[in-house]
Design a protein around this ligand. Structure first.
Ligand SMILES: Cc1cc2nc3c(=O)[nH]c(=O)nc-3n(C[C@H](O)[C@H](O)[C@H](O)COP(=O)(O)OP(=O)(O)OC[C@H]3O[C@@H](n4cnc5c(N)ncnc54)[C@H](O)[C@@H]3O)c2cc1C
Length: 502
């Protein structure tokens, strides 16, 4: 009988860091990932990591900004931990070989982003922070003798033995599914973007962690709080939708509707530069009424100023000097998730969660820009340390017995045949559980999701998992009878709007 090891699900920043921390504490671990190690939202992160390192900045100021963004729902203790432990994690990254951009004086270059009161965003390779970070961690993980990496291996379900989660059923790219016994399972499965019609999230972001945890009766929290980016490139069949950065609007690009009319001023006097959620709602309205475009034709020398964006547009046959750029709001980030304590333990014994899949309490109702990579680092680190301590203290006899698990019936074609249902689900979620919700839209979505679920064959387990999470989000949004952070209900307008219209 082999000794069970912790199984970490996912190779974004949270999964890789948990594995590294466990290994550096002398604990072996198995890391499984659906596709390759590089397929994650983490590898795509552009902006950077928020960390209070600059002169005049402090963790408490970073915490105050984070709490302000959270619209009253963040846990102050979780935020204190995030902001005060962040600098040590960044120094550790540097020691591992991560290269962040530096100024001429050799110091880390600190950028300023919306809603941060101090310059505190570190970048790597300009707008390629995630790729640089994951590249660095990948090298460490791939050659670490205590870490086994299983790529093209999908976790299908969690296996329980009484009160405890004791392993996972995994499905390799080729061959049959099998049971992997585990001393603990750490979910680091990332976000839920692929439940929506337009998203910046990679194809692997299908909300698996939320479905797995819910089916194992672990508690989820704050699922209704989702963040949308206002301007992703919208082209039929282009999924995920590449981000067209706020900097393009900052340089003077205007948002126009299908009549060529500049519409952002209808929503806010600051027009295209109003807060993200305000612009996103204005774009959604224009999109639903026939389309929304960025007109960047007046920006002098666009290709030289935005070479990355120009390359993306060129790949899709668009020339920003002559063409309008079709845009739509895109599901970008999930604030809630699997409820954890401040060490990453979920509410089910043996189950842990870290990164975007988790709800540690740091984001509340809205995320402060560039805090998610930091959360991945800080809370994965805490999970790794706490889990290593538990494993050291665990008596071998306390481990569950190795048991065969009945093979599951699988029809490889069942999910492929459900793609039309998933497309309908994505449109339904975007229209009814998107930037603007109401009792009527949410009720309609619930009924439609129940209908889709009833019509989906039992073998299509991936489809069922996505429909399940879509339903959980919708129900959570129905229950929250207020507008707060990323959750906006037209039937419960925010207090400020009520005053304005009164
Ligand atoms: C385009 C873009 C730009 C962003 N820019 C920034 C930024 O500048 N700064 C910032 O702080 N945040 C940014 N974010 C958000 C941030 O990147 C994510 O929140 C963060 O990287 C999530 O990390 P994670 O480790 O939790 O999950 P991910 O990085 O998403 O990794 C999830 C992993 O789980 C695997 N997985 C999922 N399901 C299964 C399964 N069933 N079985 C096996 N493996 C599975 C996936 O394959 C993947 O490897 C950005 C996000 C996007 C999409």
């Amino acid at each position: 009988m082999t000794t069970p090891r912790p199984v970490i699900v996912g190779t974004g920043i949270a999964g890789l860091w948990t594995a590294w921390r466990l290994a550096s504490e002398g604990q072996p671990a198995v890391v499984v990932t659906k596709e390759t190690l590089a397929d994650s939202a983490s590898a795509w992160a552009q902006g950077g990591i928020a960390v209070a390192l600059g002169p005049g900045d402090s963790p408490s100021q970073h915490a105050a900004d984070t709490l302000a963004a959270s619209d009253g729902l963040a846990d102050p203790e979780a935020v204190r931990i995030l902001t005060s432990e962040g600098p040590s994690r960044v120094y550790e990254l540097l020691a591992l070989g991560a290269r962040f951009d530096r100024g001429l004086d050799g110091r880390l270059r600190l950028g300023l982003e919306a809603a941060h009161t101090q310059p505190r965003i570190i970048h790597a390779g300009g707008d390629r922070t995630g790729a640089a970070l994951i590249g660095c961690l990948a090298q460490v993980i791939r050659c670490h003798p205590l870490i086994e990496l299983l790529e093209h291996t999908e976790v299908v379900r969690l296996v329980e033995d009484g009160e405890r989660v004791t392993g996972v059923i995994v499905l390799p790219g080729s061959g049959a599914d099998y049971f992997l016994r585990a001393s603990a399972i750490v979910l680091a499965t990332g976000g839920v973007g692929q439940l929506y019609a337009v998203t910046t999230n990679p194809r692997v972001a299908t909300a698996d962690g939320w479905a797995l945890a819910h089916r194992a009766v672990a508690e989820l929290r704050d699922l209704e709080f989702l963040q949308f980016h206002p301007t992703a490139l919208k082209l039929p069949g282009v999924n995920p939708a590449p981000l067209i950065s706020e900097a393009v609007r900052g340089a003077g690009a205007l948002l126009v509707d299908r009549a060529g009319r500049r519409f952002a001023l209808d929503a806010d006097a600051r027009g295209e530069l109003a807060p993200r959620d305000v612009v996103a709602r204005a774009v959604a309205i224009a999109d639903a009424a026939g389309g929304a475009w960025l007109d960047a034709r007046a920006i002098a020398d666009f290709p030289a100023v935005f070479p990355g964006t120009t390359a993306i547009l060129t790949r899709h046959g668009l020339d920003p000097v002559h063409d309008l750029i079709p845009v739509a709001p895109a599901l970008h980030y999930a604030m809630g998730g699997v409820l954890t304590d401040l060490q990453g333990r979920a509410t089910r014994a043996g189950l842990w969660a870290a990164g975007e899949v988790a709800s540690t309490g740091v984001h509340g109702a809205n995320r402060l820009a560039s805090n998610s990579l930091l959360e991945g680092l800080v809370f994965a680190d805490r999970a790794g340390r706490a889990l290593a301590t538990e494993l050291r203290e665990q008596a071998p006899s306390g481990l569950p017995a190795d048991q065969p698990v009945a093979a599951l019936r699988r029809d490889a074609g069942a999910d492929a045949a459900c793609e039309p249902t998933l497309m309908e689900m994505r449109e339904l979620m975007t229209a009814n559980v998107g930037l603007q919700r109401s009792e009527g839209s949410l009720l309609h979505a619930e009924q439609e999701l129940a209908r889709f679920t009833g019509a989906t064959p039992a073998d299509a387990w991936r489809t069922h998992n996505q429909l399940l999470v879509a339903r959980l989000i919708t129900t959570a949004a129905r229950r929250r009878r207020e507008s707060r952070g990323g959750h906006r209900r037209s039937d419960y307008p925010p207090a400020a709007l009520e005053r304005e219209s009164a």
